[in-house]
Design a protein around this ligand. Structure first.
Ligand SMILES: [Zn+2]
Length: 343
């Protein structure tokens, strides 16, 4: 089968596009004929280093994805051949303390597609049948694939961790990035007021058109001051951020007393000042979050089924042009998901 796979680490030269063995399905698993996937920052990380993530080369890239069921157990209660499905990207052990208490996302031996095992930039993927969920009717394969990492991550951050409410205000750093855009969509679905930041005015304008209530340019403005002004000196209830050190001080200063900060990334550095005095005096809460569990993914798909949310797709590339798509992701100029279509 055709697939895009890593042969080493460091730049596009290590990304090969060619033949890999078609995976064999065992009982309890599903064989999916892939139709689409999208790019995530972690694809660049895996390409360039992969440090700290147990994997063996060659490994097929791609974390999220969607396709059509090709083979499944005849007595599977949900899946049938020909069904359109989106993949939940984490394969959990089902046996550890965390799996047993229903928190698979904390599984001590979670294996993620495209990180710890062969991923989705391929014509076929095999994984446990429970990891394949039917796609809501009005989403195409690309839109469905886009839900699997960014939207699931943002869902857990805002719905499960921060419990954002309709009467609250959320500050979202770095709009344009996948998780931030998904966060904006989810915040608007909830009915909350959303303030977004970016260093790029054109991204701020697009976010305002998508329903953001206010936009702050992080390059030319003091974000914390502007947020205080926008909230009548009160501050925001929730901050969603994945930028890390570069925005942490502004994030902390933007929170109302008792406010919640939820973070899922640290692209600009992971050792900001802790600002402990502010943390305890103002009784702030900080949540770390990554991905989401199968139940949260079902809830997210339910919201899409009702037509409340459709992922923003920036561009679509054939698998053969993956190198160009990765270059596009690396510029960080995109607004929405960069998708890969698989013939
Ligand atoms: Zn487990």
């Amino acid at each position: 089968m055709q697939a895009a796979y890593l042969t080493g680490h460091g730049g596009n030269e290590v990304v090969a596009i060619g033949e890999r063995p078609k995976p064999q399905r065992r009982p309890g698993e599903v064989l999916v004929r892939m139709r689409a996937a999208t790019l995530n920052r972690v694809d660049l990380y895996m390409r360039d280093s992969g440090a700290g993530i147990t994997h063996t080369l060659p490994q097929i890239m791609g974390v999220d994805g969607a396709g059509v069921v090709e083979e499944v157990d005849a007595d599977d209660p949900v899946l049938k051949p020909g069904m359109r499905v989106v993949l939940y990207p984490g394969v959990t052990c089902g046996r550890c303390e965390f799996c047993e208490r229903g928190e698979g996302v904390l599984c001590t031996s979670m294996k993620l597609l495209g990180e710890h095992r062969d991923g989705t930039f391929a014509q076929y993927v095999v994984l446990p049948a429970a990891n394949a969920l039917p796609i809501p009717d009005h989403l195409d394969f690309v839109e469905a694939a886009a839900l699997g990492v960014n939207h699931l991550t943002a869902w857990r951050m805002l719905v499960t961790q921060a419990r954002l409410q309709p009467w609250e205000t959320v500050l979202i750093f770095g709009i344009g990035g996948g998780v931030s855009l998904a966060g904006l969509q989810i915040a608007k679905m909830i009915g909350a007021r959303a303030i977004v930041t970016s260093r790029d005015d054109s991204k701020l304008e697009r976010a305002l058109r998508m329903g953001a209530n206010a936009a702050v340019n992080g390059r030319s403005e003091d974000v914390a001051k502007r947020v205080q002004a926008l909230t009548g000196g009160r501050g925001v209830d929730v901050v969603l951020e994945n930028v890390g050190a570069a925005v942490w001080p502004a994030a902390m200063k933007s929170l109302v007393r008792g406010g919640r900060l939820v973070t899922c990334g640290a692209t600009s550095g992971d050792q900001p000042g802790a600002d402990l005095r502010r943390l305890f005096i103002r009784q702030l809460k900080i949540f770390g979050s990554t991905l989401g569990d199968l139940r949260e993914f079902r809830d997210l798909l339910g919201v899409c089924e009702r037509g409340l949310l459709t992922p923003q797709i920036e561009s679509r590339w054939p698998l053969q042009r993956l190198h160009s798509a990765l270059d596009r992701l690396e510029t960080a100029e995109q607004f929405g998901k960069i998708a890969i279509e698989i013939d």
